[in-house]
Design a binder for this molecule. Structure first.
Ligand SMILES: [Zn+2]
Length: 239
């Protein structure tokens, strides 16, 4: 039974990775479909709009699929090593019930698909959502920026990799160097003391966010230096 359960979990994990890849690809595609994006010269506005809508539909659909898959995996895991199940049990019915339970738990704590992180990122990339519209923009911004800095180098992540075990993200080169000295996760307070290369996977979503944050930072600097020049001009006028 344990082998069957592990086999199921492995297969579903592959599906999950597939959805994850699809999500990050959608986000990457979105910036090209945004007004002023790469595709604007190739496609008419109507088609651009249609593509944008279908991309959003796919993204919402992916959130739903991912949650269903998570519920299924949690349900399978809830059977433990399978020692509580006997041949006589109606396993499909038990699984069905367990999936329903897990799904209810996920729905209770999960945000609406529209509020899911990748979906929001997709809308930003599509040029539809202005992050600075929010009143709490500054706060969100500071939090987001710090989550985009590598815990080792303290600068923006480069080739970010996510640790599958503890969820922490680092710059690839930095964690590789770090691993030569210690197996401890470099994030303060993290209990993962057995970091290995096999735990690391590329984190494309973080990479996209870093690119956007850098672009925004550059824009802000340009605006600031432009303002400074304007102020100097004003001073000269007064003289
Ligand atoms: Zn960690």
């Amino acid at each position: 039974m344990e082998n069957v359960i592990n086999g199921l979990l492995r297969r579903e994990k592959e599906h999950q990775d597939g959805i994850e890849a699809c999500k990050t690809q959608s986000v990457a595609l979105a910036s090209r479909l945004a007004p002023g994006g790469q595709f604007e010269t190739l496609l008419d506005p109507m088609t651009m709009q249609q593509f944008r809508e279908s991309l959003k539909e796919i993204a919402r659909d992916n959130v739903e699929k991912e949650r269903q898959l998570q519920a299924y995996m949690d349900a399978v895991k809830s059977f433990g090593d399978g020692s509580n199940i006997s041949e006589k049990d109606d396993i499909p019915a038990m699984l069905h019930k367990a999936v329903r339970n897990e799904r209810a738990k996920i729905d209770k704590k999960a945000a609406l698909p529209e509020e899911e992180e990748t979906y929001k990122e997709l809308c930003i990339q599509l040029g539809e959502k202005q992050t600075d519209e929010d009143d709490d923009f500054e706060m969100v911004n500071v939090d987001e920026i710090s989550s985009l800095k590598c815990p080792i180098t303290r600068t923006f992540m480069e080739d970010p990799v996510r640790n599958k075990k503890c969820g922490h993200v680092y710059s690839e080169a930095a964690i590789m160097i770090n691993l030569r000295h210690t197996k401890e996760c470099p994030v303060a307070g993290c209990s993962n003391r057995s970091v290995s290369v096999s735990q690391l996977e590329h984190d494309e979503l973080t990479a996209i966010k870093v690119r956007r944050a850098k672009k925004r930072e550059k824009l802000e600097q340009q605006t600031q230096s432009q303002n400074a020049v304007d102020l100097e001009d004003d001073d000269e006028d007064e003289l």
